[in-house]
Design a protein around this ligand. Structure first.
Ligand code: UTP
Length: 335
């Protein structure tokens, strides 16, 4: 089986509530991390692995996602399926059944993986990526026997293992997967209010189907502000960029889009400055400044600045006499 025979299913219809306020107006997958939007990293990986056909499940703010993908990924054959109500990941994937034939690889739209995707395109085995995590309760969790998954539960209160399901799934026979999803959707069964993909796969396992767990180390979540910044640090550490700025000090690693304008500033470490953004007379580290945002007279760290946002600080002028003490730090009032 050739890799190009795989269809990648990428669900991106979620509302991204944990990344509000950014996601009130902008879909999560278009937020910048490192040198491009989250979805750009995912589609690049799929293309690198030889995949030619992608089926995206869009819903919330889907038009913006389509516009970005159609403009930047002309080399991929991309189909869109609409999920009008976010009924869960299982429901989102079930909606793609008319668009997929043969082998399928599902890749979540909010995780960036540093993994060899060819491991998931083994012609003989169905596989799921797993990773040992400290607290598996907010994930699907698997149990393993004789090298294959023996049970899987979505967000268990008392997980039996620490092996969490982390965003890549591949099935040689998509018809079998869609059959299981069909039965789940038609049964009306939900877990925690959603049609869970894990429940459909758990039933396949119960019916004796073999799914191999593939352990991956490099798994980077983009679902919350702190994990998005962590993923940003990882990308900046692992890619080479040549950032340019006028009258500025750059402390690597830093990404500055060639169309951004940075002047009279100190940028880095771990700053990502998106297309058309402007940074003037500011200090920016460990932050993501999205496209066309503008930062002036600010000292930012651990920050996310949304697309086209404007942040202006102040320039103080002081006439300070001998033995004075002037403090603007947050503990100043305790002195
Ligand atoms: P998440 O569970 O992270 O949901 O979905 P979300 O909406 O993106 O974010 P929060 O939890 O509200 O902050 C994992 C992936 O599955 C997609 C999401 O778009 C994301 O890529 N998804 C989830 C759908 O496409 N449809 C759904 O009904 C649920």
């Amino acid at each position: 089986m050739k890799r190009s025979e795989f269809t990648a299913v990428v669900p991106v219809a979620g509302m991204g509530t944990r990344l509000r306020p950014h996601t009130y107006t902008y879909p999560k997958v278009l937020l910048t991390v490192g040198d491009k939007p989250i979805i750009g990293h995912i589609l690049d990986e799929l293309q690198k692995a030889g995949i030619k056909k992608v089926c995206m499940v869009v819903g919330y703010l889907g038009e913006k996602i389509k516009e970005y993908v159609n403009k930047n990924y002309k080399g991929l054959e991309v189909f869109y399926v609409e999920q009008t109500e976010q009924k869960g990941l299982g429901h989102a994937i079930w909606l793609t059944r008319g668009c997929v034939k043969g082998p399928v690889m599902v890749m979540l739209g909010d995780t960036i993986l540093d993994a060899d995707l060819s491991k998931f395109m083994d012609p003989k085995e169905d596989c799921i990526a797993v990773k040992e995590v400290a607290d598996p309760r907010r994930f699907g969790v698997v149990e393993v026997k004789n090298g294959y998954i023996s049970a899987m539960v979505e967000k268990p209160e008392h997980p039996k293992t620490k092996l969490a399901i982390v965003g890549i799934y591949s099935f040689q026979d998509s018809a079998m997967l869609y059959g299981s999803l069909d039965r789940l959707v038609n049964s009306g069964r939900t877990t925690k209010g959603e049609v869970q993909f894990t429940d459909a796969m758990a039933q396949m396992v119960k019916d004796g189907h073999k799914i191999k767990p593939v352990a991956i180390e490099g798994w980077y979540d983009c679902g919350k502000p702190e994990t998005l910044l962590e993923t940003n640090r990882y990308i900046l550490d692992n890619k080479k960029f040549s950032p340019r700025a006028k009258n500025s000090l750059i402390i690597p690693p830093v990404y500055i889009s060639p169309t951004a304008k940075v002047q009279n500033s100190i940028v880095g470490p771990y700053a990502a400055i998106g297309d058309g953004a402007r940074i003037d007379s500011s200090i920016v580290s460990d932050s993501i400044v999205n496209e066309h945002a503008s930062i002036t007279n600010m000292n930012l760290s651990g920050s996310l600045v949304g697309p086209s946002a404007t942040v202006v600080g102040r320039k103080d002028q002081l006439n300070v006499g001998e033995n004075s003490e002037i403090r603007f730090d947050k503990n100043a009032c305790e002195l």
